[in-house]
Design a protein around this ligand. Structure first.
Ligand SMILES: Nc1nc2c(c(=O)[nH]1)N[C@H]1C(S)=C(S)[C@@H](COP(=O)(O)O)O[C@H]1N2
Ligand SMILES: [Mo]
Length: 372
């Protein structure tokens, strides 16, 4: 019998009301790991602790043989090897990257996909050539409207065979605010295989899907790109036939380093009675974070925290801290951020079919045993 690629692909779906995480979601979760939340102690996430999200496989990549092509609506098509890319003036940017699907597994109904709780995030320093330097070198034609970025990885998604591809509108690609990078270093070292070795795009302030890894081609087009990751995936849809709006910049979120120590299976935290330091990180890809509040009574009351002053890294998370006097009993701790554009984090889930950009406040269960 004839086999077709469509036969192995399932449409996007929502979990049944009492359906647990299945083996397919476990397979994704085992490949795509999250940030251990205690790693938020560090301003910069060590590469091995940064979250990872890969749709298909990590492609074989040899930096010595790598070539990036820049073509399409340009006056001079370019083919650049790593040595040439490294010869352009480099820029380093500290960027908090977050998967658009972060928080998805906590939604009800649950979109079936990579089942993040809240840990699909990390903050690193990325070094590379500003994208606009390369576009200026190639000379963008007047009729170009988008730049399409293609990775070297290949797969099938909902029946459609594809290279991983995403586009940016030309004003974002060339604007310089944020400075989009064609990056070859993470935290001062060549990119690790899982983060796009040897070359990736960095789009500060945007959700992860825009930061194309294993970047091998940039094509300037005179029509908007309609590939799968642009027109089908990564859109805010309420129903399967809703065309939806594209997912772009990161909504504000604050996370707390779970205090005390964990129970192995439940991950419930145990703290001793008395003063407990609460701390974590807050970020937004839309506007600077202006305030972070904590609640120690499951969201009934909120108090301000001490937020680290702006340090010039506009697209990186900032540390916040607060003090809490733990009393014997069970507690639920929460934290929420607000940004300068008035965006905040909701207490009720912001739901869409992909589970994208849902920044529902974090809840941490804490047990404070009686001292006896
Ligand atoms: N080529 C390619 N680029 C990609 C992806 C991918 O599967 N292939 N995944 C995207 C998604 S969905 C996210 S969230 C980020 C994750 O980047 P990281 O693994 O370096 O944290 O990479 C993006 N870039
Ligand atoms: Mo993602």
């Amino acid at each position: 019998m004839d086999a077709r690629i469509g036969d192995i692909s399932r449409p996007g779906r929502l979990a049944e009301p009492d359906e647990g995480i299945g083996l397919e979601e476990l397979a994704l979760a085992a490949r795509n790991h999250g940030l251990p939340l205690e790693a938020m102690r560090c301003d910069l996430t060590p590469a091995g602790l940064h979250y990872v999200l890969i749709h298909y496989d990590i492609p074989a990549a040899d930096a010595d043989a790598w070539e990036l092509t820049v073509r399409g609506r340009v006056r001079t098509p370019l083919t650049l090897d790593m040595e040439t890319l490294r010869s352009f003036p480099a820029t380093t940017q500290r960027v908090t990257m977050e998967c658009a699907g972060n928080g998805r597994a906590l939604l009800s109904p649950r979109p079936v996909s990579q089942p993040w709780l809240v840990e699909g995030v990390g903050c690193a320093e990325w070094t590379g050539v500003p994208l606009r330097t390369l576009l200026a070198e190639a000379g963008v034609e007047r009729d170009a409207v988008e730049a399409v970025f293609t990775g070297a990885d290949h797969g099938v998604e909902r029946g459609i065979e594809q290279d991983y591809q995403r586009s940016l509108p030309l004003p974002v690609a060339t604007g310089g605010d944020p400075e989009v990078l064609v990056a070859y270093e993470m935290n001062g070292h060549p990119l690790p295989p899982q983060h796009g070795h040897p070359l990736r795009l960095i789009v500060p302030g945007w959700y992860g899907m825009a930061h194309v890894k294993w970047l091998r081609d940039i094509s300037l087009t005179d029509t908007p790109f309609t590939g799968f990751q642009q027109a089908v995936a990564y859109r805010y849809r309420q129903s399967a036939d809703d065309p939806g709006e594209p997912v772009t910049r990161i909504a504000p979120r604050a996370l707390m380093i779970p205090p005390g120590f964990p129970d192995f299976m439940s991950r419930t935290r145990v703290v001793r009675p008395g003063q407990v330091r609460l701390e974590g990180r807050a970020w937004s890809g839309r506007a600077p974070v202006t305030g972070v509040e904590v609640s120690t009574d499951d969201g009934r009351s909120w108090t301000g925290t001490e937020l680290a002053p702006p340090d010039g890294h506009d697209w990186a998370w900032r540390r916040w801290q607060a003090s809490w006097t733990a009393t014997p009993g069970s507690h639920v701790l929460s934290v929420r951020a607000a940004d300068a554009d008035g965006h905040t984090q909701p207490l009720a889930q912001p739901w869409n079919r992909g589970g994208f950009a849902n920044n529902l406040v974090q809840r941490i269960s804490v047990l404070c045993p009686r001292d006896d």
